[in-house]
Design a protein around this ligand. Structure first.
Ligand code: NAG
Ligand code: NAG
Ligand code: NAG
Ligand code: NAG
Length: 231
């Protein structure tokens, strides 16, 4: 059949195409479940974030995790390091957590709309403010997504950010969403509290880090030594 072949070729050649088809031709499984990159050590849920006191449980290695329910809720957990080409010794660590509701848009993109209780911790040894925590309430748009079957690891989710940058491939660690309760989990009035020694900055504070700003991940051994410096 001519038309299905052309469609299949087009999807294979342009994985970030704005596919409108969420059926089996587009994805081998639904997006619902818990997904994690790389060594699958960063996982959404209570093992990563404690929103009530804005703390994190540090995973042993960096990674990102996404969880989706089949009734429209999502949660994101990220632990990343960002290297700075002009100052190679200034590696910034970012822990980020947020949750809310997602929508599939007609053009094949996904919008993540946070509840408003998200937060992130930035560690920048070279900055005047070397360790601080701030609210995170950015709506995130993912241009497209696709789920393949990896011969070894099973379902594999590819998400493309608004600018087309791919998120690291995500493996399905659970077929259900491992997530904290889908409601506001801390008071998000502009009260500034300090329970950990780190400074808390509201999301409109002087420094704000977007997911697009933290894309490069430096390699393992260096990270371990760096992490011990930062902690
Ligand atoms: C934050 O809350 C978690 C979960 O209740 C708790 O285990 C942890 O000790 C708390 N940390 C601080 C600094 O209060
Ligand atoms: C990289 O480091 C330089 C020098 O410290 C600084 O001016 C610049 O803002 C940094 N860039 C990023 C993206 O952090
Ligand atoms: C796709 O739809 C979303 C939601 O309506 C919109 O924000 C985004 O700009 C659209 N993307 C393109 C490339 O049209
Ligand atoms: C989070 O963003 C949404 C949408 O922009 C806004 O309606 C809401 O008030 C924000 N919440 C907080 C706590 O800033």
């Amino acid at each position: 059949m001519f038309i299905p072949t052309v469609l299949a070729l087009a999807l294979a050649a342009i994985p970030s195409a704005f596919a409108q088809d969420f059926s089996a031709a587009h994805n081998v499984t639904p997006i619902s479940g818990t997904w994690s990159s790389g060594s699958k050590k960063v996982i959404t849920g209570s093992g990563f974030a404690n929103p009530a006191n804005m703390t994190f449980t540090y995973p042993p290695v960096t990674g990102v995790s996404y969880a989706f329910t089949d009734d429209g809720y999502y949660e994101v957990a990220r632990y990343r390091f960002n290297s700075n080409g002009s100052s190679p010794n200034c590696i910034t660590g970012v822990l980020n957590w947020h949750h809310g509701q997602y929508t599939f848009n007609p053009n094949g993109s996904i919008t993540l709309s946070p509840f408003g209780d998200g937060y992130q911790q930035i560690q920048d040894p070279c900055a005047a403010e070397s360790n601080f925590i701030e609210g995170y309430n950015d709506t995130e748009l993912y241009r497209s997504w696709q789920i393949f079957t990896d011969p070894v690891d099973g379902p594999k989710l590819h998400l493309f950010q608004a600018d087309g940058t791919p998120v690291a491939p995500l493996f399905q660690v659970y077929s259900t969403a491992n997530m904290l309760p889908t409601q506001l989990l801390r008071n998000v009035t502009p009260t500034i509290t300090d329970q950990t020694g780190a400074r808390f900055v509201e999301s409109n504070g002087a420094r704000h880090w977007t997911p697009e700003g933290v894309t490069s991940i430096v390699s393992g051994a260096f990270l371990v030594s760096l992490a011990s410096l930062l902690l």
